[in-house]
Ligand binder design. Structure first.
Ligand code: UDX
Length: 438
């Protein structure tokens, strides 16, 4: 099948490469000339494990091409996937500027009947708006059918999730359109769930809001555990064994970040508000998350004066295996540390360049060793394998004072107790140096 994917951001690129891999002929369209030139030369502009290799392979087989030429791209695709960004407006609602531009172009250049599939996360009801906007710009006598096919790709595992996802959701207004998409995704052998368009749009928001709720819930439990001297890791493990609860997304930490959860939870509160529903539970989830991002520095402030201290931050990306800094808890933590007058030295295996744009006032180094040398305290912010596997004796060896604030519970307490470290983590009792000397 000939497919056009509009937008070569994270979602569009993984989708385009994935669809080419299951045998479709895919044209990826983007307005960013520089990005398209890089993609045409086989370069992936984001860090995503496994994506570059697969992309080059599909380009070599001529199943995947990149272009800035809208006319050509829409002339080819019988199925068009919209995967452009829907950033947040200042009030939290989704900004549909890019979607609207794409609709106008599809209308102008569509020359055959077309299925337009919305991958971008859009407020419930937006597919009606997309159809109307395309039809208003139509220059030929062609029929436009709409479908909503939300993405559930995690950054850092996007390629895996495309091929091994738990479900594919297809929302359409008619069975023939759903049938075409079912056929298109068939080679993936992933369960397909068919529904109406509005329900499909809502599934995306409800799924992300539910996962965010799970995280804020466990973070609140971790705060109570700290006060009651219980251990959040054991509490979460014990809860997760109940199949109705499940063990995933019960990892307490410094709050969720990234390009989806903060944006989509805000948008769902807005969507509910528009129909006069006060989504109190989700508002609390967001509030808990905002507070949780500040909790580690609050803890540190109670224990030491941070002013003038050399503080190392290990990990900056919003989670491991990505260079994405959007809504990363590290942004809040670095700001707090700077406000306290600390000297912040940071290391991240991939996110340094993106971080520099958002955090220009901290120092960046190229290794964990450099970051922690002579530091008065270390903040563990992202649980990269490199950080989890770094030998604990090095902290004792290199730091001025071996004090660790671990926002991701990277280490077992039993292990930490073998070293002369002061170790504060999330939802667990602290390990203190004086305990090992008695
Ligand atoms: C998420 C959804 O998982 C995906 O289905 C959706 O389509 C896009 O949003 P992503 O943002 O890439 O994907 O990351 P994810 O792995 O879900 O993590 C999101 C945030 O939650 C990260 O900041 C992570 O550190 C945090 N998190 C996750 C926790 O704090 N605890 C957990 O148990 C799980």
């Amino acid at each position: 099948m000939h497919i056009t994917v509009v937008g070569t951001g994270y979602v569009g690129l993984v989708t385009g490469v994935g669809l080419a891999t299951i045998g479709h002929r895919v044209t990826c369209l983007d307005i960013d000339k520089e990005k398209v030139t890089r993609l045409q030369s086989g370069e992936v502009p984001i860090y995503e494990p496994g994506l570059a290799e697969l992309m080059r392979e599909k380009m070599a087989q001529e199943l995947l091409t990149f272009t800035t030429n809208a006319q050509e791209a829409y002339a080819r695709g019988k199925v068009v996937f919209i995967a452009v960004g829907t950033p947040s407006n200042p009030d939290g609602s989704a900004n549909l500027t890019y979607i609207t531009q794409v609709c106008a172009e599809i209308g102008m250049y569509a020359r055959q009947d077309m299925i337009v599939v919305t991958k971008s996360t859009v407020p419930v009801g937006t597919n009606d708006y997309i159809k109307e906007t395309i039809e208003r710009h139509l220059c030929s006598d062609v029929a436009i059918s709409m479908a909503s096919n939300p993405e559930f790709l995690r950054e850092g595992s996007g390629v895996h999730d495309f091929f091994q996802g738990d479900r594919i959701v297809i929302g359409t207004a008619d069975e023939p359109t759903a049938g075409v998409l079912e056929e298109l995704f068939k080679p993936l052998e992933i369960p397909i769930f068919k529904t109406d368009i509005r329900s499909a749009e809502m599934i995306k928001y409800a799924s992300n809001a539910f996962l965010a709720t799970k995280i804020s819930f466990i973070n609140e439990i971790s705060n109570i555990c700290e006060k009651l001297h219980a251990n959040i890791e054991d509490v979460a493990a014990g809860m997760g064994l109940d199949k109705r609860i499940g063990s995933q997304f019960l990892k307490a930490g410094i709050g969720y970040g990234g390009s989806c959860f903060p944006k989509d939870t805000d948008a769902l509160v807005q969507i509910a508000g528009n129909v006069k529903h006060d989504f109190q539970l989700l508002k609390a989830v967001i509030e808990v998350n905002n507070k949780q991002q500040t909790s580690l520095v609050q803890k540190a402030k109670q224990l030491m004066d941070l002013s003038g201290k050399r503080i190392a931050m290990l990990g900056l990306a919003f989670k491991p295996n990505t260079d994405d800094m959007r809504e990363a808890p590290s942004l809040v933590i670095a700001d707090q540390l700077l406000t306290e007058g600390a000297d912040v030295v940071a290391y991240d295996p991939q996110a340094k360049e993106n971080a520099k744009l958002l955090l220009p006032h901290i120092q960046y180094v190229g290794s964990i060793d450099e970051a922690i040398s002579e530091a008065d305290a270390v903040f563990l912010v992202t649980e990269w394998d490199e950080i989890k596997q770094y030998p604990l004796e090095q902290y004792v060896e290199l730091m001025r004072q071996p004090v660790i604030f671990d926002g991701r519970n990277c280490f077992e307490l039993e292990r930490v107790r073998q070293y002369a470290l002061d170790y504060y983590s999330i939802g667990r009792v602290p390990v203190l140096r004086r305990q090992i000397s008695v």
